[in-house]
Design a protein around this ligand. Structure first.
Ligand SMILES: [Cu+2]
Length: 139
């Protein structure tokens, strides 16, 4: 009988841990997470690289991927690593911004509460105009 009680307690703890993990409570990465809503939102996670390519002596800053698609109501988690150049990451419509120091994974989290196509981009001078942007589609 006692063993069953212990097993029951362990099962409850494991379930609680899984539940909290899914809701993002343990997802703190110690950096620029914003607008975190740990409510009952499906989580969509993306890994993005930010860098500068050089072609014919010209600089082409870019994100990879250049497009992400989520559903309205999702908790969007984007992990961004800048692997070349000086960049940052911004989405005006959702109040998202993080600096992206070189070779350091930065995480932003936000709930998409409106549908549409929104631009994520780099605010460094000239970068957005030269292609340092992508599209977040919210269906
Ligand atoms: Cu940039």
């Amino acid at each position: 009988m006692r063993n069953e009680l212990v097993l029951g307690v362990i099962a409850v703890m494991v379930l609680a841990f899984i539940g909290l993990s899914l809701t993002g409570v343990f997802s703190s990465t110690g950096n620029a997470a914003k607008n975190v809503d740990t409510g009952n939102h499906p989580v969509k996670e993306f890994t993005v690289q930010s860098y500068t390519e050089t072609k014919d002596g010209k600089y082409f800053p870019t994100f990879s991927p250049k497009e992400m698609t989520v559903n309205k109501g999702d908790l969007v988690r984007i992990k961004i690593t800048n692997i070349k150049g000086m960049h940052d990451f911004k989405i005006d419509e959702f109040g998202v911004y993080t600096e992206t120091p070189l070779n350091q994974e930065m995480t932003v989290e936000f709930v998409v509460d409106k549908a549409g196509s929104f631009e994520y981009y780099c605010t460094q001078p000239g970068h957005r105009q030269n292609g340092h942007w992508g599209t977040l589609n919210v269906l």
